[in-house]
Ligand binder design. Structure first.
Ligand code: BG6
Ligand code: MG
Length: 220
């Protein structure tokens, strides 16, 4: 049986991680919370409210739940303006080809993004049809690094976790994959993603053969 492949979206399929950064940075600046590249890295893969609480805790002010809800809405409105005009060309190079090659080889493909905008982005990239299952972020209770979202996608694909391979650009995401007892491919810097079984700099470097070899090596 071929492994099932479970992709993160932001920073793996397309560069929306940068748009999240721009929107969080503007929000953090507006409440006087320090926000730099390191803070951004810590928040990759973390859901909207948990990210906002992390940023708000670094501001000198206290915020009520009602105020936090307004701030979350403001960040999301900004993010949605940034993604409004996304198009198929915005997928990272090699992504449609990789998805098609995996399908041709009989793999099932899932998306495990905690972003409530994930389905919209996938549609804009016209990639929805290449996925067998897209997690509904609204029904995920625990954000990455909890394994819940990867386990939910594996169950929906009907594949035991050990026969899945997860692909992530975030340290929290790699931890979520490993906690789900799946092998992990990290996309980005090995300094940040060193816990993954394999790290590549760009998604375009990933091949079906690389995924199969990794799945086989952990199955031994
Ligand atoms: C994750 C991103 O995929 O989704 C985070 O890595 C983002 O940066 C999170 O905050 C939540 O996204 P959204 O679109 O639901 O606010
Ligand atoms: Mg990501």
């Amino acid at each position: 049986m071929q492994p099932s492949v479970i992709f993160d979206l932001d920073g793996v399929i397309t560069d929306t991680a940068h748009y999240h950064y721009l929107a969080w940075k503007a929000l953090a600046d507006s409440i006087g919370a320090p926000f730099d590249a390191e803070a951004n890295e810590a928040l990759k893969g973390i859901d909207r409210m948990a990210s906002l609480r992390w940023i708000a805790a670094r501001s000198a002010r206290d915020f009520s739940e009602a105020e936090l809800a307004i701030l979350a809405e403001r960040k999301n409105a900004h993010y949605q303006r940034l993604i409004a005009d996304m198009a198929p060309e915005d997928a990272f190079p090699g992504v449609p080809e990789l998805l098609l090659a995996l399908r041709r080889k009989g793999c099932r493909i899932g998306l495990a993004s905690v972003s409530k905008n994930a389905a919209f982005v996938l549609d804009k990239l016209r990639l929805t049809e290449l996925f067998d299952y897209v997690a509904d972020a609204a029904s995920i209770v625990r954000t990455k690094p909890d394994p819940e979202i990867f386990l939910t996608v594996a169950a929906a694909l009907g594949t035991p976790p050990a026969a899945c391979v997860g692909i992530e650009d975030a340290a929290a995401g790699v931890e979520a994959i490993l906690a789900a007892r799946m092998p992990a491919i990290g996309v980005g810097s090995s300094e940040i993603l060193g816990r993954a079984n394999l790290v590549v700099a760009h998604t375009r470097e990933i091949t079906p053969e690389m995924i199969f070899a990794l799945a086989a090596s952990v199955a031994e």
